[in-house]
Design a protein around this ligand. Structure first.
Ligand code: DAH
Length: 340
């Protein structure tokens, strides 16, 4: 019988499985309940005493060999599976990547850019950290000019008060005119900063889009036509009115209102019962500003305008609180998923 065991040991040593199924069959035939090993163990009683020692040793050896063979082959199969190629199983369904959404500020900014690029405006940008010249002085706001108080400024350098966080994108007008010659048609979107209390209506950081058009013979009617085109494109409403206003860098200056209507209760609320909504400031570029950037005001004229992106986004998407834009609440941001 010992010889039988020994020949099994040889068989086990030589065994190789071509499939996991074959390996499993091999396992059952040796280690299974009714397998070869148990069969030998049960015959142990019948073995003469003087042979018991060798017999026991031989069975244990067979058991060892069979177990380690099985473990070894199992591991080999597993490795093979993992090595199926760097791409793994190409027929497996892919892992879903969650696609984010654009921020409503970016959505509206892109819409505004689109509308103006269709009539030949390019996009320009300037730094958020500005100097006094570009943010104030060149825009006809010399030191001690009372209009500086209209915008509470964050100064970075206080002695002298020269470096600041830009309070409006009008600073980009100056930079653009310094570096380009007319004709100029540019819009400048960007972030601006004001030392204001945070509430549902105002924030210390917000976004604006500036517009600038400089050429020969540009008149107020060009400004008005451009504004009508813009409001028609963005809001689907082209009825506007221009209210006389004051900005140091434009003369004359105006505040632009669009006629929103009074159809719903919300219309009543947001227009305070008038039907009109203020959306931006504008005017004809002041000759002093042109002089400051070495453009001859006798040869060239132009118009400029500036609007707040948050305000427009709030109107378009009926957002009630400006703070929503900055809180990164996923429940808010997710609502813009379908918009591009
Ligand atoms: N810079 C102004 C502000 O921040 C907005 C503005 C008004 C821009 C009139 C202009 C303009 O270009 O012509 O309130």
């Amino acid at each position: 019988m010992i010889d039988q065991i020994k020949s099994h040991i040889e068989t086990v040593k030589k065994f190789n499985a071509s499939s996991e199924k074959e390996l499993e069959e091999f396992r059952i035939s040796y280690l299974g309940k009714k397998g070869i090993l148990n069969d030998f163990f049960s015959k142990f009683k019948t073995v003469p005493n003087e042979q018991k020692k060798d017999f026991g040793k031989a069975i244990n050896e067979l058991k060892q060999e069979a177990s380690s063979k099985i473990e070894g082959l199992k591991a080999a199969f597993k490795n093979q599976q993992e090595e199926k190629g760097i791409y793994g199983d190409l027929t497996k369904p892919g892992e879903q990547i969650e696609i984010g959404s654009r921020h409503p500020i970016s959505l509206v900014k892109n819409q505004i850019i689109e509308v103006f690029s269709n009539i030949g405006f390019n996009v320009s940008e300037g730094p958020e950290i500005e100097d006094d010249w570009h943010n104030f002085s060149a825009l006809n706001l010399p030191e001690y000019h009372p209009a500086r108080d209209m915008q509470d400024t964050f100064f970075i350098q206080t002695d002298p008060k020269d470096i600041l966080l830009r309070t409006h994108t009008s600073s980009v007008q100056v930079r653009y005119m310094e570096n380009n010659t007319p004709p100029i048609r540019t819009i400048s979107p960007g972030r601006v900063f004001r030392n204001e209390d945070i509430s549902s209506r105002s924030h210390c950081i917000f976004h604006q889009v500036e517009g600038l058009y400089i050429d020969k013979n540009v008149s107020f009617k060009d400004l008005k036509q451009t504004l009508m085109y813009f409001t028609e494109q963005l809001f689907g409403k082209s009825k506007i009115r221009l209210r006389p206003s004051y900005f140091p860098f434009t003369e004359p200056s105006a505040e632009v209102d669009i006629y929103w209507g009074l159809e719903t209760e919300t219309d009543y609320r947001i227009t305070k019962g008038t039907g009109w909504l203020e959306i931006m400031g504008c005017g004809m570029v002041d000759p002093n500003v042109l002089k400051n950037v070495n453009i001859d005001p006798n040869e060239y004229s132009g118009f400029a305008f500036g609007m707040g992106i948050e305000r427009i986004a709030m109107l378009l998407y009926q957002i009630e609180d400006i703070r929503m834009f900055y809180e990164n609440d996923i429940r808010f941001l997710k609502q813009f998923k379908s918009v591009l």
